[in-house]
Design a protein around this ligand. Structure first.
Ligand SMILES: [Zn+2]
Ligand SMILES: [Zn+2]
Length: 342
């Protein structure tokens, strides 16, 4: 099969083609696993974190990609949940132990044996991949393959982030950063909480204009004060300045949810500007989002179908994966980038 592989950690600034296109052996489904013929795979900021070593794969070479849509091409022993040809998706959660207290409670995203697709196991930047069948989800018919792909990460984790804010209708929500996840969050908010107001902080004027189009009541640069205090906020940026700046806009008792697997070190000294009375006192909270559970993925897919969410996507061929990653790195963001795989 054709695959784009990562052979080791490197800096994208120095190496703009970190992935190598290779002919690779087709994977074979093990017990309880299915083999997918991949048709679309989303490109995610987390891939930059893997390539640059902030959340490094445990072994190389590895096939990245955790927003995978494909059709069941074969089944391993004991696999009986799907039939050949079924269209399914795979998300960031590749597997978990199933036995620990977190798994038992449905929080398998917190399992110490959590395995991530495209990091701990080969993912979707290839023509085929295997996955345990319990971690594959039927894709609602309303979506094309490329539309469904970004829903599997940006959408599912956006859904979890929104759940963790505890937002209620009529409240004010802030979003710092306006990439793939945030643009889906704003659509969910408008559907579920029609009286909530969304305030968007983004560096790039194009992102701010896009946020306005999608219904943000106000947009501004990172660091600006919002015209009203915010009950909760979701930060999807890779750096620290937006975290510190966001806290000053929160209402007393407000919560900031950080949706980032790792933060970059470049502006970590910004944290020294944290002013306890202005930023944290009055019972303000900071909470992170870790991974996604299966419940998040399947509930979000159902919600997205019900709402008729159609993510804006920009397609690249499999061989264009490096280009897509570099564009993501340099913030030329409008909607979600997806590899279309033949
Ligand atoms: Zn992702
Ligand atoms: Zn577990």
């Amino acid at each position: 099969m054709k695959a784009m592989i990562l052979k080791g950690v490197c800096s994208l600034q120095e190496n703009r083609t970190p992935l190598e296109r290779v002919e690779w052996p087709d994977p074979r489904p093990g017990e309880g696993e299915i083999l997918l013929r991949v048709s679309a795979c989303g490109v995610c900021h987390t891939e930059l974190d893997e390539i640059e070593g902030r959340t490094p794969p445990p072994r190389f070479p590895v096939v990245l990609g955790h927003q995978v849509v494909g059709r069941v091409a074969a089944m391993g022993d004991q696999a009986a949940a799907f039939r050949i040809g079924d269209r399914v998706g795979v998300a960031w959660i590749y597997s978990a132990c199933g036995r620990c207290k977190f798994c038992q409670a449905g929080n398998e995203n917190l399992c110490s044996d959590f395995k991530a697709t495209g990091r701990d196991a080969d993912g979707g930047y290839a023509q085929y991949m295997t996955v345990p069948e319990g971690f594959a989800y039927p894709i609602p018919e309303v979506f094309s393959d490329c539309e469904a792909a970004p829903l599997l990460c940006a959408g599912a984790i956006g859904y979890r982030s929104l759940r963790l804010t505890g937002l209620e209708d009529g409240q004010n929500l802030g979003l710092t950063g306006f990439g793939a996840s945030a643009h889906l969050v704003i659509k969910m908010v408008r559907h579920r909480y029609p009286r909530a107001q969304v305030f968007v902080f983004a560096r790039n004027p194009k992102e701010r204009a896009f946020a306005k189009e999608l219904g943000a009541v106000w947009t501004g640069d990172i660091g600006e004060a919002s015209p009203e205090k915010l009950d909760s906020m979701i930060d999807t940026t890779p750096v620290w300045k937006p975290v510190v700046e966001a806290l000053k806009n929160l209402e007393p008792g407000g919560r900031l949810v950080i949706n980032a697997i790792r933060k970059e070190e470049v502006d970590k000294d910004y944290l020294l500007r944290l002013d306890y009375p202005a930023h944290l006192w009055m019972e303000k909270e900071i909470k992170s989002v870790a991974n996604v559970s299966r419940r998040d993925v399947s509930e979000f897919l159902a919600l997205a179908a019900e709402m008729g969410i159609k993510p804006e996507v920009q397609e690249f061929p499999l061989e264009g994966a490096n280009e897509a990653l570099v564009e993501l790195r340099t913030r030329k963001i409008r909607g979600a980038k997806v590899l279309r795989i033949d």
